[in-house]
Ligand binder design. Structure first.
Ligand code: UD2
Length: 312
């Protein structure tokens, strides 16, 4: 049994990860200010193994006291303002959360010489921006186009550099479009599959921005948490890994698959594509596959089935 800290642990990916770790008998501490996460996401977990702090990761003193007191085996940094649009509207405020708060964690580990088994920083495919090279490899050019992407890239680099300079075992992941239970559909910039799910459930009309032929690598959250745990327990360090399925589908194909899995009709309207929308996002996952023998288990139809089953 190990002790884990998950920042953003009441959010979509964090709460799914907490569930996996707790079900395996580990102790999990969550720090989440509930700005996007929900208490309900972690309410059904074994509370004896869970400690929850409703606190912002920007409270540096709180974070330092917590890290020094609890002596975590593993630290997973998922706490962030996940909306790219928010980062464009509020670049400085989101910077304090998406970058500074993470550096503070590395700094506390360095200053206090904390012995951690691994620190994992959750970065994003957003760091690749619009660069046309496909599929994206970890060595592909980086082109962060928004404050969100800049902060993700910087926090990734800080994790690697702190790791090497001060001998802290760090890794980073670049997630591609993640979907699954507990993803919050309430913002227009929420994951598109959570929005489609909401529309199908409530008989609402769904708007496709563009012609629906945009291509994504949609990754079921269990494959993501599997990759995270695999990297934590492996000897991987000071490196960054794409986390995706390595397969792509168009939005139109996903809509068709979703309707079939739910056996429901969906009214779809087509509008102008979003400014800055990426036409094709595709991941090369050979690096993580080599490192931890990672094999995604969910193609889109299996992932959607599991999403529906677990959302009931
Ligand atoms: C993903 C990430 C984002 C950033 C970006 C980097 C998610 C939720 N977002 O944005 O954080 O890392 O990749 O490239 O993982 N769409 C519709 N109708 C809707 C909502 C979306 O047609 O109501 C379209 C949208 O225009 C896009 C596609 O669906 O073409 C996927 O949208 P998304 O917001 O789920 O994810 P994405 O790839 O834009």
């Amino acid at each position: 049994m190990n002790k884990f800290l998950i920042t953003g642990g009441a959010g979509f990916i964090g709460s799914n990860l907490a569930e996996k770790l707790i079900n395996a008998g580990n102790e999990v501490v969550i720090v989440d200010d509930l700005s996007m996460g929900l208490k309900a996401n972690i309410a059904d977990l074994n509370q004896e193994l869970l400690t929850f702090y409703q606190e912002s990761i920007t409270n540096h003193q709180f974070m330092e006291e917590l890290l020094v007191r609890e002596k975590f085996d593993y630290i997973i940094l998922l706490g962030a303002v996940a909306s790219v649009a928010d980062s464009v509207a509020n670049p400085y405020t989101t910077h304090l959360i998406n970058q500074e708060a993470n550096i503070n964690v590395y700094e506390v580990i360095r200053k206090n010489r904390l012995k951690v088994k691994k620190v994992l920083f959750a970065s994003s495919a957003a760091v690749y921006g619009n660069n046309p090279e496909l599929p994206k490899k970890e060595t592909s050019p980086i082109e962060p186009l928004t404050p969100y992407a800049i902060d993700k890239f910087a926090s990734e680099r800080y994790a690697m550099t702190y790791g090497k300079l001060y001998n802290i075992p760090t890794v980073a992941t670049r997630f591609f479009n993640v979907y699954g239970p507990k993803q919050n559909p309430n913002s227009p910039y929420s994951g598109v599959l959570s929005i489609i799910h909401e529309c199908l459930k409530n008989g609402k009309e769904f708007t496709v921005f563009g012609d629906g032929e945009q291509v994504r690598d949609f990754t079921y959250v269990d494959d993501v948490t599997e990759a995270v745990v695999g990297l934590l327990y492996s000897s991987a360090k000071w490196d960054v890994y794409n986390v995706a399925t390595g397969k792509t589908v168009t939005l139109n194909e996903v809509i068709a698959a979703f309707k079939k899995v739910m056996d429901k009709e969906l009214t779809v309207k087509y509008e102008q594509e979003r400014t800055g929308d990426i036409k094709v996002s595709a991941a090369d996952i050979s690096k993580i596959s080599r490192e931890i023998d990672y094999q995604p288990k969910y193609d889109i139809s299996l992932g959607l089935k599991e999403y529906i089953r677990k959302s009931k």
